[in-house]
Each structure stands twice: as C-alpha cells, then as structure tokens.
Design a protein around this ligand. Sequence first.
Ligand code: HCA
Ligand code: CU
Length: 385
Amino acid sequence: MGLENFAIIESTLREGEQFANAFFDSGQKDEIARLLDAFGVEYLELTSPAASPQSRADCTRIAGLGLRTKLLTHTRCHMDDARLAVDTGVDGIDVLFGTSSYLREFSHGKSIREIIDSAVQVIEFIKSQGLEVRFSSEDSFRSDLVDLLTVYREVDQIGVNRVGIADTVGIATPLQVHDLVRTLRGVVSCDIEFHGHNDTGCAIANSYCALAAGATHVDTSVLGIGERNGITPLGGLVARMYAQDPQQIRSKYNLPMLREVENYVAEIVGVDVPFNNYITGYTAFTHKAGIHAKAILNNPDTYEILDPADFGLTRYLHIAHRLTGWNAVKQRAEQLQLDLTDPQVKEVTAHIKTAADQRKLSLDDVDVLLREYHSRAVTRESSPA
Ligand code: HCA
Ligand code: CU
C-alpha cells in the first residue's frame, strides 16, 4: 500500500456539500455518483443520514443505484448516527470523533477512557452489521500526539478497518504529514486515511506525503470543493499520482471522464474551472515560447509530464505572439497547407514578431499574415523574370 496502491475516497457528496455554493438536489447527487463511479474512484463518501431527512433518503437511494464503487457515509461517533447509517444500506461508515479541544481534554486526564469506550461501542456495532468502519479525529495536527496514538492503538486492536487523520484547518505541512503518518504506521496495523484542507495550498502535497509515508486512502472532492477553500482536488491528486506512475493511474481510472465530472460539478455549483486547473485548466497543455514549442514538436516529453491524450485532451501551441519561433509557425503553415520553404517561414516569422510587438495578435491574425505572405511568394515565383 501507499504510493504503489492507494484508494480515493471521493467526498464531493459529503465534504463538497459543505462548499458555500453547493446545493445538490437528488438527481444531481445521483449524476455526480454515476460520473465518479464511471471515473473509477474506489469509494464515494455521502453526507450523514442524520443531517436531514433528505440526506437520509439520498443515502438510501444512492446505496441502491448498483454502483461499482463502495459507498460510505460519514457520521459522528455516536450510536444513534451509526444505527441510522447502517439502515441506509451503505458499505461502510466513516466515523468522526470530537474536535481538537475535545482531544485536549484527554491530556488533562479527563475522559480518555470514556472516549475510547464509546468509540469501541460504535465500531463494534458497525462491524457486527458486516460493514466497513473507519475512525478519525478532527483536527489531528493540533491534537495531543500521545492521546491521538492511544486512541488509535485501541481502535486498531478491536479491528477497525481504517483510522483517519484530518487536517481540518489546512495547517499541516508535507513534512508534518509524513512524520505523523509514519509514526501512526508504526502503531496501527489497519489502513490509514488522510483528509487534508487546502487553506495554504498544501492539500495535494500533503496527500502525496501521507501516501509516501504509508497511508492507504486519500479523501478528495471534485475541483477541491468543501468548507472554506476546500480539500485535495480529485484532478490534482490524479495529476500528482500520474506523474509518479502513469501506468498505474491509466489502469485505475477512466481518465477522459475527469473533464466531464469537473464540468458537471462546476456548472451545478456555479463556478468556472480555473484557467490553471490541474489537467483540465484551459492553459494546462498550452505551450508558448518558441523554444518550448520547438521542443514539444520534436518530443512532447521535454515540457510535458502528463500526456494530454490520456485525458482525452489535446495540446496547443500558442504562436500568435512576439516570443514565437519559426518551427511552430512552420507547423501552422503546414496545417493551413501553405507550402513555404524554411527561409520563407523564417521571414514570415519575423513579420509576425514585428506585428506582435505592435498589438496583441490572435491566431486568425497570424493565419492572415501567413496567407498573405504565401500568396505574395507564389506570385513572385510565377511572375516572369
Ligand atoms: C469537518 C469534518 C472533516 C472530517 C474529516 C474526516 C474535517 O470539519 O467538517 O472525517 O476525516 O475536515 O475534519 O471534514
Ligand atoms: Cu474536511
């Protein structure tokens, strides 16, 4: 487990529902679930059935959709919630325990035993129902380490499937995540999940470091939507893991679906996919400087670690600007079926650069310059000496 084999717990239908703009009606929830199932995430996490009557109905209905992915719901570590959750028909329950201040109470010797006892009761009940169970603590990075490890050791011993650490406030650094997961790896034998918020832009790096240190599961949401500025984005994690091992990621996930699921979620929550989004941002495979364009034409690996074709996307060479180079212009002339010699392409490239120094050009402007140059060249060649 770890980098070689990990599972995504896709939480758009739980953490994502905590995004300011999110209101998912039942049809939209089903569609998100189907798209993510088709993409191939290993788990979907759904809002607690204790949250509202509709949340409960949605959980039960989605559990009946016959998806391939495993379904989890997310509840407080409480018997009432656990009973409700079991009745929905999901495959497993992610129970979340307390807050960091609650945990801090342990360190004052308050009720660590009581906390463990109630965790044990909930975990044993869920297991007795034949369901998978995860136990995690909110705000793990601001919790007392000894308390945290004490609780996790106990729940591991009674057979919890997974423990989770949550960077609820987005404060953790990649190094801290690596340290904590490695320490935990030495204490428990069950799987380890990481849930990371993105307040300081570390969510993807933190998730990667969690896996590198021995975690087995990472929480994501589509476009990263969640509380505040959200959590690890699905596409960003996929990009990171693809860079690590393209073959693994190509075989695990239906990568061309990524854009579809992102566009769908963006539309229903009323946001645009950012221009610089991982993989699907509109400049993600655009190459501009002449030197880059030339190298890309020779061998895309020189400036691309992700192959756009794997994601059903195409690269774009941006040639309408003063940084352009003749190799890229030549390719454009070929696309337009304009027959020009290399010296001619170099000459027209100089014209393009001069024009681009005066104003912002479009590809259309470049095409006009190329066509005009070509017809002048043809006229010169065909006119009698
Ligand atoms: C929240 C809860 C949570 C839970 C994460 C988990 C967090 O604050 O809304 O269950 O692992 O970030 O702590 O999303
Ligand atoms: Cu969260």
